[in-house]
Design a protein around this ligand. Structure first.
Ligand code: KG4
Ligand code: ZN
Length: 352
């Protein structure tokens, strides 16, 4: 059973063909980084227009690479939310049109459920339930209990910034380009993670909730007490920099700050994961979403004392892609949980 997946919730136009929920026959991602990079973040109106330009060739390429025609597809799955409403609409409208013309069933998929299924694509047979899923991306920091049959219970979430958003904002404060997560990840090993101590506000209410906005403010205060204008200008002037160029343009004190910031984020994430594993008796732990490609987080998770193995998607499946959407749709196909043509974009769709 082949499913064509379509994902346009943010700034990647993606299409993929996945067989039986597991085997990726193709996965095409057209990134809009060049468009948004110069603005330091995603510009929603530009994102919609880029999706409009890219959607037809991206879907066509995914079908070609999978050597699959629409006649061989059992259903079309599309991200219905959460995300940018204008971006979501492009994928949904295109998916509906294809389904209408070809008489194919349509499946709406929650983007967060897609991120969780990115792990199941590779490690599906090894995941034992109940499992925990920590979804850490530019838009989400959500911790779920996942029960057999893909039933979700929200255990905790961010009260302000998402983890990826904190990375992006801290990087921006220091003159690094968008998205900041990958570059901070590459530079952090060159700094002393114990150099800067961040004091984090205690969570009132649910102890499994997260808060990252204080960290961003602490970094802002740190920059105010130093003369960072020169190094920021030097970094902004770099053209297509390699790692050595970033290192040359970044003083040791700033590398120490980045390492300390990253260590604090990782500790916050893993502490909640460990606490919720105790609470739920989870047998497997899943970490996914863009921040799951963080090398420091992967290493720390593997060394942490957690009750079960931690599963990460490979980096190309951590960030937004359509294979995860097609994979998440597979169990809905089995249950014939189809959407009709009233399916609409829901910017704030929740999973549980
Ligand atoms: O899942 P994703 O592609 O899109 C959303 O659904 O948001 O995640 C993008 C986010 C960005 O905030 C980016 O900075 C962050 O993931 N990210 C990372 C890394 N790679 C991507 N954050 C930390 N370390 C990384 N290696
Ligand atoms: Zn995402």
């Amino acid at each position: 059973m082949r499913i064509l997946g379509i994902e346009t919730s943010c700034d990647e136009t993606a299409a993929a063909v996945v067989e039986d929920g597991r085997q990726i026959l193709s996965s095409v991602v057209a990134s809009q980084l060049e468009t948004h990079g110069k603005y330091g973040g995603v510009v929603p109106e530009l994102a919609s227009r880029e999706h409009l330009r890219a959607i037809v060739p991206v879907v066509r390429t995914a079908l070609e690479q999978a050597q699959t025609t629409l006649d061989q597809v059992a259903a079309i799955a599309v991200t219905e939310g959460p995300g940018l409403v204008g971006s979501l609409l492009v994928g949904i409208t295109y998916a509906k049109s294809l389904c209408f013309v070809r008489g194919l069933p349509l499946i709406g998929v929650n983007h967060i459920e897609g991120h969780i299924h990115a792990v199941l694509l590779e490690a599906g047979d090894k995941i034992e339930f109940p499992a925990l899923a920590l979804v850490v991306s530019g838009g989400h920091t959500h911790l779920y209990e996942v029960r057999e049959g893909f039933e979700y219970r929200l255990l905790g979430k961010t009260r302000d910034d998402a983890a990826g958003e904190a990375y992006d904002k801290v990087a921006k404060l220091l003159g690094f380009p968008y998205p900041g997560g990958p570059i901070v990840d590459r530079l952090a090993p060159y700094g002393n993670p114990d150099a800067v101590k961040f004091t984090l506000a205690r969570m009132k209410g649910n102890p499994l909730d997260f808060s990252f906005s204080g960290l961003k403010t602490a970094v802002l205060r740190w920059t105010e007490h130093r003369d960072v204008a020169g190094e920021i200008a030097a970094r902004r002037a770099l053209q297509q920099p390699e790692l050595e160029d970033w290192l040359a343009a970044t003083p040791q004190a700033t590398l120490d700050l980045l390492a300390s910031f990253q260590k604090t984020v990782i500790e916050e994430l893993l502490r909640r994961l460990a606490a919720s594993a105790d609470e739920t008796g989870a047998r497997s732990l899943i970490v996914s979403g863009g921040v799951a490609s963080n090398a420091g987080l992967r290493a720390a998770a593997n060394n942490a004392s957690l009750p079960g193995p931690v599963f990460f998607p490979k980096p190309s499946l951590s960030t937004d892609n359509a294979a995860m959407i097609a994979a998440a749709a597979f169990h809905k196909l089995a249950r014939k949980a189809f959407a009709d043509f009233t399916l609409r974009a829901d910017a704030n769709l929740t999973l549980a």
